[in-house]
Design a protein around this ligand. Sequence first.
Ligand SMILES: [Zn+2]
Length: 222
Amino acid sequence: MKCPHCLVEFHATAIIKPLDNDADGPWYIERYLCANPGCLKNILYLKNGSHRYIHGNGTWDLGNVASSRLIYPKSSSRPPVPIEVTDYIAQDYLEACLVMNDSPKASAALSRRCLQNLLLDQAGVSKGDLSKQIQTVIDSGKLPSHLAEDIDAIRNIGNFAAHPNKSISTGEILEVEPHEAEWNLEVLEALFDFFYVVPERARARKAALNAKLSDSGKPPMK
Ligand SMILES: [Zn+2]
């Protein structure tokens, strides 16, 4: 399974921790421990369904699962943030995802701040107004046209013209327009891929090729 904390795949062995029954029947915690030495965190599911310990072979016989919920780490319905993304940017994005259902306003404030930091980190914009930073990136021609349109729509859907604070104080909690908070997250995902994941994969491919070239006594690819 893929660990929801560190996103590293590991060979998972479930440990069952029975809980008391209620009107819905038997409950238990299904626990996994991430094997990545840099993580070693619990992954816990709360499940409702029959479970019986088989003493002979030390395993659990699990019946139909009536309900299953990941209770740790707290999850969101969005895909996980790629590991290549800079930590403080990933943190804002993750929190924007986690609070999305409870507070779209808080989510949009975090995602605007996340976008601004991403543009500062990766797109060579200078500090200041988010709307102008978006324009600078679009004008630079560095983004493929579909991404340029996506990022431009952040301003339009968010109605930045009517709410200048969205641009000036990106972390401020302000009213959100319909679909604004989700849209910001969708665009951030696409930008993560473009700015962090694709270049890192290209770098890894090149490093692997150069290792092979070096093994066969050839000069590296520039
Ligand atoms: Zn992990």
